[in-house]
Each structure stands twice: as structure tokens, then as C-alpha cells.
Design a protein around this ligand. Structure first.
Ligand SMILES: [Zn+2]
Length: 326
């Protein structure tokens, strides 16, 4: 990971411990992994992209049945799980399990329930463990005005936080996206600071809910997938901000834009330019703050690109060719 050069800090202590989340083409059957098998009825099978989860991560779910499936719903510890059918295969459904950045570690039961096309009830149940995420911690000494905003600023920030919550609470019942998600900046393959804990003048702040992508002011910012603009306005913390609704409770967030090129209600295709990289809001230098919310869970947006980034049924990445010895 690269250190960001844009932060003006007097002291900085950083500790990095990164978990590379392996997201291959393989899906694991909970039955094969767990001592206590995840039970499925009506000849159905449940597959997960990883045997367990960590804070801020995302798992791909697949439900396979011998018979065509009608409606299928997912529930994970009281939160619904976005589920959808892809392509012509009526016996398969996919889903996304978003693990919030601050979800308490522990075991949570994933329940899938639905009906086959002929009306037969089906259900699956498996316990998914959540581990503590490993995030960087940064201690900063900053000017008091950064730590103690004015009462008007606090009021504004609280109102905007509630406005965003209300947006993320709304679940558009249709899947608006179609195909892989992309990273919103051309030529950028990764970012930094997801989940970073910041301690300002000794006081822990809320964790960084998105990923910072490097970019210079004016760089075009592209829609990660097809979606509707749920918000396009200037906010206190994130400056010029766009939020895209991709349907099924999945939202992407683009912050600190120098300019916004869309308006609320617009329908965007994948890759459409929604604005330009900038340094608006509470930042000290240009970059794109990119966030992903899945059913209100703040998760690492890169994982969505990795999980849905390859067209279905493509083989896993080819082995690299042999390196020539130097
Ligand atoms: Zn950020």
C-alpha cells in the first residue's frame, strides 16, 4: 500500500496489517467446510465464495437447485441479503453478503428461503463467522478546527448523515446493474485507507468507510455500473458527492469531486462520467473517495469488482508465464 502524500500531519504512526482476501472462481460448500453442515431442503445446495467473513468484506452466495426456482429470499442476522437470478439458468440464484466494517465479530446465521417454480418450499441455513477486520490505525495531531467543528457545521453534518442513511435504507427492488463492476478511475487498480481507524488528538474517530483512489483534479470519474443517481450535491465532509443506486440495496458513493456532471434522478450506464476528481470537503488534497454499501453494510468496494468482475463461468486467472531469471 502506498502512503498518501496529501495529508498534512504533525505526527503519524501507522500500522498496517493486510489480509489479502482470496476471491477466486471457486465457491465453497458450507457442507464441505463445517462440522455442523448447513442444511438445505428440496435438493438445493448453498455455496459461498469464502468459508468465513471479516469486517468490511463481501461474500458471494450461490443457491443451486435441481429444479427451477421461483422467488428466493436471504436473511443474515435480521438483515435481508440481495438475491438475484443471472442469465437463463432458472435453477440458480446469486446473492451478496455484505459485512459492515463495524459488525461485531461472532457467528451469524444465514437463512435462505423460497419456493421452486412448482411451489415446493426450499430453505438453507448456515452459520457464517465474522472475524475482526485488520485495518490500519493512524494517529494525527491536527488544528483544533478539524476536531471541533462549529455548532452549525455539526448540525449540517448530522443532517447529511441522516439523509445518507435514509438513502441507503431504501431498497430498489429491481437489479439495475448488469455484469461486472469497474473501478471508477481509468488505469487505477487499487486504493488505500479502507476501514482505517483515525485517532485525532488522542480521540478515536469513526473509521474511514470507503477507499481512497489516487487521481489528480479533473480526472473523469466513471459510474462503476449501471444505476440511478440517488444524490448529487455538496456535503460537509465529502464535498461534491454522487451516490448511485444499483438496485437491491447496493449503492456506490463518490466523494470530493471538483465538479458534478449529473443530477439526482439521472439513469447512468456503466462507465458514464458522473464528475471529476477533486479536493472538495474535508480533505487536503485531490483523490476520489469511493464507497460501497450493500444493504446498509459498508464494505470494501474492490471486493465487488473482484467478485462480479469476471463474466460468469470464465476460468480463474491464468497462471503467469515463467519469469526469466535475471
Ligand atoms: Zn476517503
Amino acid at each position: 500500500m502506498r502512503l498518501q502524500g496529501w495529508r498534512e500531519v504533525l505526527t503519524r504512526r501507522m500500522s498496517f496489517a493486510f489480509v489479502i482476501l482470496g476471491v477466486g472462481a471457486a465457491l465453497y460448500s458450507p457442507e464441505a467446510m463445517a462440522k455442523d453442515p448447513g442444511a438445505c431442503t428440496a435438493g438445493t445446495m448453498l455455496l459461498l465464495s469464502a468459508p468465513e467473513a471479516s469486517q468490511g468484506s463481501l461474500l458471494l452466495i450461490e443457491v443451486k437447485s435441481a429444479k427451477p426456482l421461483a422467488a428466493v429470499q436471504g436473511d443474515w442476522g435480521g438483515r435481508s441479503v440481495p438475491m438475484w437470478r443471472e442469465g437463463a439458468d432458472e435453477a440458480r440464484q446469486k446473492g451478496l453478503l455484505g459485512v459492515d466494517l463495524e459488525k461485531a465479530p461472532g457467528e451469524y446465521e444465514l437463512k435462505i428461503a423460497g419456493e421452486t417454480a412448482s411451489g415446493e418450499k426450499m430453505s438453507c441455513s448456515v452459520k457464517v463467522a465474522v472475524r475482526q477486520g485488520r485495518f490500519a490505525t493512524e494517529s494525527l495531531q491536527v488544528g483544533q478546527e478539524f476536531v471541533e467543528p462549529s455548532p452549525e457545521q455539526v448540525k449540517r453534518a448530522n443532517e447529511e448523515r441522516q439523509k445518507l442513511r435514509d438513502i441507503f435504507d431504501r431498497v430498489t427492488p429491481e437489479r439495475l446493474w448488469d455484469g461486472p463492476f469497474r473501478i471508477p478511475l481509468d488505469g487505477v487498480t487499487t486504493g488505500s485507507n479502507f476501514g482505517k481507524r483515525r485517532i485525532l488528538n488522542g480521540n478515536p474517530g469513526s473509521p474511514h468507510g470507503g477507499m481512497d483512489l489516487p487521481g489528480t483534479t479533473g480526472t473523469p470519474v466513471h459510474a462503476a455500473q449501471r444505476g440511478n443517481v440517488a444524490l448529487a450535491e455538496e456535503l460537509f465532509f465529502s464535498g461534491n458527492t454522487v451516490v448511485l443506486d444499483h438496485g437491491l440495496g447496493i449503492y456506490t458513493f463518490y466523494g470530493h469531486l471538483s465538479e458534478i456532471d449529473v443530477k439526482a434522478g439521472d439513469s447512468l450506464e456503466t462507465g458514464a462520467v458522473l464528475g471529476k476528481v477533486g479536493a472538495t470537503g474535508r480533505v487536503t488534497g485531490p483523490h476520489l473517495h469511493w464507497g460501497l454499501t450493500v444493504e446498509r453494510a459498508r464494505v470494501n468496494p474492490l471486493l465487488l469488482v473482484r467478485l462480479l468482475g469476471n463474466p460468469p463461468d470464465t476460468p480463474a486467472r491464468k497462471k503467469p508465464s515463467k519469469r526469466r531469471a535475471r
